[in-house]
Design a protein around this ligand. Structure first.
Ligand code: TXA
Ligand code: MG
Length: 360
């Protein structure tokens, strides 16, 4: 299959391209498109066969449900039942935006879209072109992140092309996304509502609007023995090909540990990447160092994370060492994705230096 790639300028949207993308979606095809979080791989959510094509193109396990994207509030009633008042308040405050809410599904939503569940995840993206495309495609577009299953989510159309060219009908290229990590997932079928995946809409922001919000405890423990409630969160996800380790602790100690580990691997003939904040990036004397943003600017760090992991893949990096970053605001989501990408491999720099010194 030849994948059509079309660029759109979101300030003066080319409606002709949107219309063609919509026709592909209505005919049961696959179109990747930008949202404010990451690029999505769209298909008609109410057409079971179309939704199934998504699983094939991504190599995604079929028990991992898709998020249904809508363009306006009127669309919600056809796919979701028992929408609580709290959900309406959250929608008022955060839609369009990086929040996905889970409801009981109606008959209209095929089980092929929800991975066999009787609930449906719904999001209204804060991206003009995405919403136009959803309307053009029939109003209900299932869209997981547009990456091959297991790779970091795409934040540019080039990332989508790397993973899916030849496997999907079209890519709408709207440039780099704004946020860079996937939406917050909030389960509205439980009391109190529960966060299943952290994102740009934080627990504090939600609690201000709807009161108490719980957090899936598998997100809090680094090593948990229970399965996360969002099926997709159980997979080793967001992962680069290199072995990634996060080093946390006091900055000078972190740098010292990363420097030592990097030198050991390089001496062994391996290619090493380092992910560092702006204040430390220039101070490493070894490895391929990538600056992820200023420490404390969690939004900048979020927007660079997946691109950096992909860049290291493309240059054939064997080992990546990353500093840990702040958990303020979207920082919770950044650290959640970084630790998942690392398969929870974390070194405490304080312990590590102590242990090494005792050994000499
Ligand atoms: O920001 C985003 O949410 C992006 C953009 C494209 O909108 N989409 C995205 O989709 O991240 P995906 O498929 O990569 O992640 C969806 C997550 C998975 O972990 C899945 O298991 C969970 O949502 N999910 C979907 N429906 C669910 C449901 N009914 N119950 C529990 N978890 C659900
Ligand atoms: Mg994904």
């Amino acid at each position: 299959m030849k994948t059509i790639i079309e660029q759109i300028d979101i300030r003066q949207m080319n409606m002709d391209i949107i219309r063609r993308a919509g026709e592909i979606l209505r005919a049961g095809g696959l179109t990747a498109f930008p949202t404010e979080t990451v690029y999505g791989l769209g298909a008609d959510a109410l057409n079971e066969l179309a939704a199934k094509k998504i699983y094939a193109a991504k190599g995604r396990p079929s028990d991992n449900p898709l998020i249904v994207h809508i363009a306006d509030m009127e669309a919600l009633g056809r796919i979701a039942e028992d929408v609580p008042e709290q959900a309406k308040a959250a929608a008022d405050a955060f839609w369009p935006g990086p929040l996905t809410m889970i409801f009981k599904k109606t008959e209209a939503v095929p089980l092929g879209t929800t991975g066999g569940l009787d609930t449906v995840a719904v999001r209204m993206p804060d991206h003009e072109a995405a919403r136009e495309l959803i309307r053009a495609g029939g109003g209900y577009i299932a869209a997981p992140s547009a990456n091959t299953s297991g790779r970091p989510s795409p934040t540019t159309a080039q990332h989508v092309e790397e993973d899916l060219a030849g496997r999907i009908d079209m890519i709408v290229d709207g440039g780099a996304v704004e946020i860079g990590v996937e939406s917050t997932i909030l389960d509205m079928t439980v009391e109190p509502p529960m966060i299943l995946r952290p994102g740009a809409v934080t627990r504090e922001m939600l609690e201000e609007v709807i009161g108490e919000v719980a957090v899936d405890k598998t997100l809090l423990d680094s090593v948990s023995h229970t399965a996360p409630k969002a099926p997709g969160m159980k997979y080793r996800h967001y992962a680069p090909k290199a072995e990634l380790t996060v080093v946390e602790g006091e900055t000078d100690q972190v740098m010292c540990v990363i420097d030592r580990l990097a030198r050991e691997k390089i001496a062994g003939g391996f290619k090493v990447g380092i992910i560092a904040a702006e204040d430390t990036a220039g101070r490493y004397g070894t490895g391929e160092v990538k600056c992820i943003g200023a420490r404390g600017d969690e939004a900048a760090i979020a927007s660079h994370l997946y691109g950096i992991l992909r860049d290291f893949d493309s240059i054939g990096t064997d080992y990546i060492y990353s500093e840990a970053f702040g958990r303020e605001g979207i920082g919770t989501a950044v650290m959640n994705r970084l630790l998942k990408a690392a398969g929870q491999r974390v070194i405490d720099a304080g312990d590590f230096t102590g242990r090494r010194e005792k050994n000499v």
